[in-house]
Design a protein around this ligand. Sequence first.
Ligand code: TYM
Length: 332
Amino acid sequence: RPRVLSGIQPTAGSFHLGNYLGAVRQWVALQETHDAFYMVVDLHAITVPQDPAELRANTRLAAAQLLAAGLDPERCTLFVQSHVPEHAQLGWVMNCLTGFGEAGRMTQFKDKSAKQGADRATVGLFTYPILQVADILLYQANEVPVGEDQRQHIELTRDLAERFNTRFGETFTVPAPYILKETAKIYDLQDPTVKMSKSASTPKGLINLLDEPKTTAKKVKSAVTDTETVIRFDPERKPGVSNLLTIMSTLTGTPVADLERGYEGKMYGALKTDLAEVMVGFVTPFRARTQEYLDDPETLDSILAKGAEKARAVAGETLAQTYEKVGFLPAK
Ligand code: TYM
């Protein structure tokens, strides 16, 4: 079985619709066909200040949401990044392989540090993509299921894997991004020209999966569209309507062309009402399942402990090979 690995930050509390459609949904599907490793990336989370108690709670919450979304610990390995010390260890080796300028070209760092100001952005934020490289290479992943915003980090991973292999001999699998075109970028419902995100979206434009279903329905119904009246998929000229069609199509499994045909002669309100209903039907059981996992922290923690053990078996082997290639003296 080919291997996949991916991660999600626990910072946000509730996952948003972009996280789900862009990434987590694919994770669920891929556990059936791939040897799948998925993790909650708490080491990445502390690149910006975190309240310790909140970070701990959000890490459990993220794991609970992943299980509620359909990850099955019998079919995949689900773990917390800090439970596997090899991530930080390989991260250091990768830091020493990356050019300063090369790291400086990462657009997510540039965006985030510009927002925070040079003095407040940490060195951890700067080297964040390099830790992500280590995450992926430790598992010899063939594919990495993510949204479009992570593409550059996967490219860096490929570059560093090839660089290491050239310098020290064949060690790492060079991974490919697994990005589904349709859902690579889900947009803000209020400003459908920017991606949906915790940091950039307006509260009304951001669909949190753990919001009250009523709130979700309201947000869908007040989504920004355009001044035409035709329901047609045209991301250039009709970004709002196209975003709604993408979401509807993915959640219902109906091709966009069929939706266009079905809504011929109908107004935007009809699409929004239907989508609101579909969203409520999706988030209601999702919230309930998440709560069930949260209500049983012992089971949740033992799933994560088993996951960490499986992850360490793989990560430990890759790290040992890497240390040997680099020339570290083995400890007796
Ligand atoms: P994070 O936590 O920001 O996001 C988790 C996943 O959600 C996707 N995503 C979206 N997809 C489509 N439309 C959107 N509007 C949208 N917003 C978010 C992201 O692309 C991502 O796949 N650096 C990563 C976490 C990470 C990782 C890894 C991923 C750490 N190590 C190793 C893969 C492999 C991040 O911050 O994702």
